[in-house]
Design a protein around this ligand. Structure first.
Ligand code: DUC
Ligand code: ZN
Ligand code: ZN
Length: 479
């Protein structure tokens, strides 16, 4: 099967070029000047499919490096399965996800890894890799970190919050970091001071402050800044590379930026919700939502932050200056019915998470339209940096000969209305959209995964099981 994408503007992280892209089988075979012949052969009449991308961008498929399909969490399961979640991802121009294998205290890491393979195998519309969550950091978990590296898992997530669920204490974190320093893997950190948050939660609930809004109040930026600083110091002490997930507080960004300026291997990820949404507008700080449970739709951790305090604009700025390097979704969807509503009368029982895997490419493109980031930086953020950060680059994250044929044709003159309402787009398994009403000046037209068209002109034409497990190498940002 040969596909020619002709007349498009190829956008890589390095810049743009008018070029035709030839995909042969599962691989990009050539990137050529428009209308070129190859060894005297006219390309158009020698391929199976021709896609005319005139006036459109041809970009490497999106890589969402932080998703939680069917994750057991908050007394329920994330509502997207690997089947529904990867299909929604494909709809939105994402051709690879990196999901998290969960290990709760007492569970065996390698057993959990095998279990996650069973969940994903045969169900994914696009390629997938895994990070491994570690909670109690048993001796066997440290041994497993070496074994998992051989299996293509080069990053391990720890939590400084959620006592009794995920939380690792500083000694456990220290041990996992020592192992990462010795085998070259990456430590990913949920950086919030969970002990302090638990006290604030108890106090708020005891005072009858149970609306969703108080979720945000219970997780102040100081708890994020402190934990980020502590994680950086522990990483400094051990020499482990550190990747701080879902950064939402500008003060936490400053901690990351300072460490980077001092030459430490520290990286920061934010998510679309921390760029666009706020405590005031979504959780009702201004009062109009008192007594309403609507705000539960946007309960996630780290929480949405105050726009008045300037966190959102600081996140955009940090993406421009590279103080933050990554944008993933932390896709952790829950329905309102029977899931979010577990927290009616007690915000601390609302499952934490927002679903966005379908919309990251579009939402970040809107950053180009708004003048927040450049076109190549868009591609770098949605595809190239995630590939480099998590050991996929070359195969993924770039349009060049030899790379996987993961390609998206994006129409800057198209339009996308996000939401569950009539005429809007939403394919995630949720009964609401956290992005209802968002209007995007652009559209994902065609999505190709390893040479196979999976989304074409407003239709999903992929298959569950097309997606393959990808073994990842070490982060390509580390020497
Ligand atoms: N942290 C995550 O990374 N995902 C879901 C919930 C959370 O707290
Ligand atoms: Zn987290
Ligand atoms: Zn997450």
């Amino acid at each position: 099967m040969k596909t020619l994408i002709k007349n498009g503007t190829v956008v890589n992280a390095t810049g743009t070029a008018q070029a035709d892209v030839l995909i042969d089988g599962e691989t990009i075979a050539a990137v050529l000047a428009p209308g070129s012949t190859l060894l005297g052969f006219d390309l158009e009449s020698n391929v199976d499919t021709v896609i005319d991308a005139a006036g459109k961008y041809v970009i490497p498929g999106g890589i969402d490096a932080h998703t939680h399909m069917e994750m057991p969490f908050g007394g329920t399961f994330a509502s997207d399965t690997f089947k529904t979640g990867t299909r929604a991802a494909a709809w939105g121009g994402t051709t690879t996800i990196v999901d998290f294998v969960v290990q709760y205290a007492g569970e065996n890491v390698l057993d959990q890894f095998a279990l996650w393979h069973e969940k994903a195998r045969g169900n994914c519309a696009i390629d997938y890799g895994f990070h491994q969550i570690l909670s109690d950091v048993q001796d066997s978990s440290l041994v497993a970190m070496d074994e998992l590296l051989r299996e293509g898992v080069s990053s391990f997530k720890l939590f400084m919050a959620y006592k009794g669920v995920f939380l690792s204490d500083d000694g456990q974190i220290f041990k996992a970091m020592q192992k990462a320093a010795s085998n070259g893997s990456m430590i990913m950190m949920h950086a919030e001071n969970g002990s302090v948050i638990d006290v604030i939660v108890q106090q708020l609930v005891a005072e009858g402050k149970t609306d969703p809004y108080f979720h945000g109040i219970s997780r102040p930026w100081q708890a994020e800044e402190e934990a980020t600083h502590r994680a950086i110091m522990l990483a400094n002490l051990t020499g482990a590379p550190l990747y701080v997930v879902h950064v939402s507080a500008k003060q936490a960004v400053e901690q990351i930026a300072q460490a980077r300026d001092l030459g430490q291997n520290v990286f920061g990820e934010t998510c679309p919700q921390y760029l666009y949404l706020s405590l005031e507008e979504q959780l009702g700080a201004t009062g109009e939502q008192w007594g309403s449970f609507e705000g539960a739709k946007w309960v996630c951790s780290t929480p949405l932050r105050s726009r008045a305090e300037g966190h959102q604009s600081h996140m955009w700025q940090s993406l421009r200056t590279n103080d933050l390097q990554m944008v993933s979704t932390d896709h952790c969807p829950f329905c309102m019915k029977d899931q979010k509503d577990l927290g009616i009368g007690d915000f601390s029982k609302i499952p934490n998470g927002i679903g966005s895997v379908e919309h990251r490419v579009d939402l970040m493109y809107q950053g180009v339209v708004a003048g927040e980031i450049t076109l190549p930086r868009w591609v770098e953020l949605i595809s190239t940096t995630p590939a480099r950060m998590f050991g996929l680059y070359g195969k993924k994250g770039v349009i060049q000969p030899g790379a996987d044929g993961d390609v998206v044709v994006y129409d800057p003159n198209g339009h996308t209305s996000i939401g569950v309402g009539e005429g809007r787009t939403h394919h995630m398994n949720m009964d609401y959209s956290a992005w209802e009403g968002f209007e995007i000046d652009g559209h994902v037209d065609t999505v190709i995964s390893r040479g196979t068209v999976v989304v074409d002109d407003f239709a999903y034409v992929g298959t569950a099981g097309h997606g393959q497990y990808v073994k990842r190498g070490l982060s390509q940002y580390l020497i």
